[in-house]
Design a protein around this ligand. Structure first.
Ligand code: PXP
Length: 245
């Protein structure tokens, strides 16, 4: 059975929308772990649009399971990773204007740079995963540059119209098989939802699924009724019985 990595970036997105202190992704990580998250994933972006350096430090100090740091392959980020020492680093492409990570990293085009970066991270005992599209050449290049893991981009599967979904699923199955034959360990993620996750979870050899948007969206739905009802109680008629003794 694949384990579940919960990406909590969106919690920080809500906080940063008001530049305030709530909701705090560090507190929410604790709840995600209570719900069964096997690891917590955060993407420290160069523009710090959601997760902040402070979040990363506190997460490292407080989470019980694994911390997976998603980051661009830059020296600034490597230095931060070497200071924080997460349990895993996942290298992702990063563009300032994108809403979320758009495609996999082009490992072939950046081989020597990535090899250098991965060596530095590995020398601190941190395994590196590379987020790639399910394409054979990228798998081979990932192995060559020294990655231990790859994270297969499931976005094309998630976005495919129903009649084309099986083609995208087959690409992911084949890529998983080939990666394992190359000696790579395999995670997967992006765009996975309560509706489409099961076929991906059924792919043998995928060890962890990283899921963010759908889980955070659902948490708003399942938690909103309680949040409104608590507020309603607080603004009730003061002549009524006190809420708390
Ligand atoms: N994996 C990687 C490498 C990502 O960049 C993201 C998005 O931040 C995810 C998984 C999670 O994607 P989603 O939010 O669509 O579940």
């Amino acid at each position: 059975m694949a384990s579940l990595g919960v990406n909590i970036d969106h919690i920080a997105n809500v906080r940063q929308a008001r530049m305030t202190v709530e909701p705090d992704p560090v507190q929410m990580a604790f709840l995600a772990e209570l719900g069964g998250a096997d690891s917590i994933t955060v993407h420290l972006r160069e523009d710090r649009r959601h997760i902040q350096d402070r979040d990363l430090k506190l997460l490292k100090a407080t989470i019980h399971n694994k911390l997976n740091l998603e980051m661009a392959a830059t020296q600034e980020m490597v230095d931060i990773a070497l200071q924080i020492l997460p349990d895993m680093v996942t290298l992702v492409p990063e563009k300032r204007k994108e809403i979320t990570t758009e495609g996999g990293l082009d490992v072939i085009a950046n081989e020597s740079h990535l090899e250098e970066i991965i060596q530095q991270i590995n020398s601190a005992g941190i395994p590196v995963s590379i987020f790639i599209d399910p394409v054979e050449n990228q798998l081979k290049a990932s192995k060559e540059v020294g990655a231990t893991w790859i994270e297969l981009h499931t976005g094309s599967y998630a976005e495919a119209p129903l009649k084309l979904q099986s083609i995208e699923l087959a690409k992911l199955q084949e890529a998983t098989f080939k990666a394992r034959n190359l000696g790579l360990r395999v995670n997967a993620g992006h765009g996975l939802t309560y509706q489409n996750v099961e076929l991906i979870a059924a792919i043998e050899s995928i060890e962890e699924l990283n899921i963010g948007h759908s889980i955070i969206a659902r948490s708003i739905a399942v938690g909103l009724k309680e949040a409104v009802s608590e507020m309603k109680k607080l603004i009730r008629d003061p002549r009524e019985e006190p809420l708390f003794d």
